[in-house]
Design a protein around this ligand. Structure first.
Ligand code: C2E
Ligand code: MG
Ligand code: MG
Length: 263
């Protein structure tokens, strides 16, 4: 049976719409490959939540994740994404990592480290294969409390990545207070490469910063060969984007022919 509440307020779903859709099994995960920029070898897949509404169609996570955050549902959704992503990754034929997006609000909620430990234990996934991408739709305050939680997660052997760096709420203070394993350069900067010299300067500086901090750097949203070439030449270690592979319902290893063309 399709349950459909008419008239989302201002086109936005509410808490009840999210809960109903979850009960009806309308949420799933899509997986997008992340590769090494030097040779195209597979490193990881990012798990991205998808909502296929039977009437409204595809609803972007940039619409429903903020609703989950503001309505107090983010821990429920985040836990489901973690468990499902770990479960699927445990059955892949490759030892690739799985990157799961975690809202800062979820990291702050009580018991988050045990949620991660449980997802690992149930799936049997090695902790080193799990990456948590901390997303900042609200400012990620580098409080002692949050730094303590992130430290605990790293002590499990899980990798912690700062997502969307260079856009929105990014602050250098979180990089000062906590040792992330990596950062991802936001798509808005990559999409301006190579034509915008200011974007080139900022991306170069971020890659240099990551190098100085000894952490891995990934460029998001690489859509064409010129972007691949410039981020690789600037020393970016990993890349992700439609050029390499789009998110899909199954984890699919990308073809390496691009590296022959772009070498
Ligand atoms: P994100 O974590 O930065 O994920 C990357 C977004 O860029 C994804 O959008 C992906 O589909 C898109 N993308 C990747 N490569 C390209 C490209 O070459 N060109 C273009 N135009 N787009 C590209 P998506 O799936 O719409 O997700 C949007 C955001 O929603 C994510 O940004 C993340 O912040 C959030 N999100 C998605 N799934 C989850 C989740 O399970 N939990 C949480 N907390 N947030 C999630
Ligand atoms: Mg992400
Ligand atoms: Mg991102």
């Amino acid at each position: 049976m399709i349950r459909f509440r008419r008239g989302w307020r201002q086109g936005l779903p509410g808490k009840l719409d999210l809960l109903t859709a979850r009960q009806d099994g309308q949420f799933s995960l899509a997986f997008q490959p992340i590769v090494e920029s030097l040779n195209g070898s597979l490193c990881a897949f990012e798990a991205l939540m998808r909502w296929h509404h039977p009437i409204r169609g595809f609803i972007s996570p940039s619409i429903f994740i903020p609703v989950a955050e503001s309505s107090g549902l983010i821990a429920l959704f985040g836990e489901w994404a973690l468990r499902d992503a770990c479960q699927q990754a445990a059955s892949w034929p490759w030892a690739a990592q799985v990157s799961v997006n975690i809202s800062a609000a979820h990291v702050r909620s009580p018991g988050f480290p045990s949620t991660v430990a449980t997802a690992l234990a149930i799936s049997g996934l090695a902790p080193a294969r799990l990456e948590l991408e901390i997303t900042e739709s609200v400012r990620l305050d580098a409080s002692d409390e949050i730094v303590g939680v992130l430290d605990e997660l790293r002590s499990f052997g899980v990798r912690v990545i700062l997502d969307d760096f260079g856009a929105g709420w990014s602050s250098l203070d979180v990089l000062r207070r906590f040792r992330f394993d990596g950062l991802k350069i936001d798509r808005c900067l990559v999409s301006d490469l190579p034509s915008n010299p200011r974007a080139v300067a900022i991306v170069r500086a971020i890659i240099r910063l990551a190098g100085e901090l000894g952490i891995c750097v990934t460029a998001e949203g690489v859509e064409d060969i010129s972007q691949l070439q410039i981020v690789r030449d600037l020393g970016c270690e990993r890349l992700q984007g439609f050029l390499v592979g789009k998110p899909g319902p199954e984890a699919v290893a990308p073809s390496r022919h691009l590296w022959l063309i772009s070498a």
